[in-house]
Design a protein around this ligand. Structure first.
Ligand code: SAJ
Length: 406
């Protein structure tokens, strides 16, 4: 039996995938409301293909519990928040889950950490915690790190089709765990040491952050001289060795906007490029604010409450709002300015900010300037409804003549 610990964005789909492939799975989470909801057959977040996968896993007998199971294999997918002030990872949830596992596990149990952890976390926090309890790593328990790589919006496909990395102290144990993931993963699974697994995960997200920062910097350059950044990137990307990502209103989510800070925090003298990229991406919400002011000025609109931000999620077609550029933008607006700015997101069903509308048409009725912050399919399908607005399109999805770009 596999005990998956943490039933959030990563743990749940992973648990379902193992169950679909026929293994006996129990998913554990300390949140009893979440566990009850899953036990009653109700999913807790939106994701393409998740409902079908959930039904298959349920019919294969997956169970959910707030209790840790006495078994041989544990996969930990609990949150690893970062501390804003120090830019360091907070390992508290991993440590607490680990201790609960150690309370019940069988001798020789395999403990796999899937949560993203900053390079060095295993040596600094996880090993000492296990040893403190009197366990010998490699004998009483085996420790591995298999960082998740799936992208929200395409998780189910990527669970099957992304290559994976497994970091293990002992190659043989690494190969065994590789065999476990091969139950659903069709791509190459690389077995390496734990430090390399930790580092490669953070490097992947940092690479993407730097690439987006380059696109964002280009968008600012192009804005000053009235060049079309999208056309320029489109052409440059025709070169066989160029692949520039897209500019946007900022970088959100719990991964790409966070992981590079781990490197900056640990290697402050060696991370000029990484830090600069972070600063560029963090400057984008302010840049959007500048563009909003330009449009207000051009059209003599003085009342900020005539501005509507479309999208609260951190990216298209998901309901996750962590570190979202819209929230970053609202934070950056001083109180006077923020007063009255309207917000709408069809995927975000909970009210989390002031002046958030739940109905698109009511939202549109209140505003003159519409700022597309997120390129949800919903807005692409409703272009006809926004024709009479001044549109600032930060995602380059709007086909309306005369819309403003970043
Ligand atoms: N974004 C841009 N321009 C782009 C692409 C993205 O501005 O061209 C923005 C998005 O709008 C969003 C942010 O970047 O605000 C991050 O979105 P994303 O789709 O690039 O990535 P995440 O955070 O959803 O998922 C990333 C993925 N990492 C990589 O692609 C290297 C995913 O594979 C990881 O599993 C995930 O982080 C994670 O959990 O670490």
């Amino acid at each position: 039996m596999i005990n998956i610990v943490g039933l959030g964005y990563i743990g749940l789909p992973t648990a379902l995938m193992f169950a679909k492939s026929g293994l006996k799975v129990v998913g554990t989470d300390y949140n009893s409301e979440l566990v009850n909801s899953l036990t009653e057959g109700r999913l807790t977040f939106e994701e393409k293909g998740l409902e079908e996968l959930f039904q298959e896993a349920l019919s294969n007998g997956i169970e959910f519990s707030t209790e840790y199971q006495k078994t041989h294999t544990y996969i930990l997918a609990v949150p690893t928040p970062y501390i804003k002030e120090s830019k360091k990872l907070d390992p508290k949830y991993v440590i607490s889950a680990l201790n609960s596992v150690l309370d019940v596990c069988e001798r020789g149990a395999v403990i796999v950490i899937e949560s993203t952890i900053s390079p060095g976390t295993t040596d600094r926090y996880i090993r000492p915690e296990i040893e403190k309890r009197g366990f010998v790593i490699g004998e009483d328990v085996h420790l591995l790190h298999a960082p998740e790589r799936i992208i929200p919006g395409n998780m189910i496909y990527e669970l099957e089709n992304n290559s994976r990395t497994i970091g293990a102290d002992d190659r043989e144990v690494g190969e065994k765990v590789k065999g476990l993931y091969l139950n659903f993963c069709k791509e190459e699974i690389v077995v390496t040491d734990i430090r390399s697994a930790e580092m490669s995960k953070v490097v992947e997200n940092t690479y993407r952050d730097i690439n987006i920062a380059f696109a964002n910097e280009l968008s600012k350059i192009c804005r000053t001289d009235n060049m079309d950044v999208y056309e320029i990137i489109r052409i440059a990307n025709k070169h066989p060795r160029v692949n520039i990502l897209q500019p946007g209103p900022g970088v959100g989510g719990h991964c790409i906007s966070v992981d590079p800070w781990f490197l900056v925090g640990d290697y402050p003298d060696l991370t000029n490029l990484i830090l600069t990229a972070r600063k560029i991406n963090d400057s984008m919400p302010r840049h959007v604010l500048g563009r909003i002011r330009d449009i207000m000025r051009e059209h003599g609109i003085k009342d900020i409450s005539k501005v509507g931000l479309y999208g609260l999620a951190y990216k298209e077609n998901v309901d996750d709002t962590r570190e979202s550029p819209t929230l970053q933008l609202l934070e950056r607006m001083d109180e006077h300015l923020a007063f009255g700015v309207k917000v709408f997101d069809p995927h975000v069903k909970k009210r989390i900010v002031d002046h958030q509308f739940m109905n698109f048409e009511d939202f549109l009725n209140e505003i003159e300037i519409l700022v597309i912050m997120v390129g949800h399919n919903h807005i692409k399908d409703n272009m006809n409804l926004i024709k009479n607005k001044f549109v600032l399109d930060t995602k380059n999805i709007c086909s309306i003549q005369g819309s403003y770009k970043l």
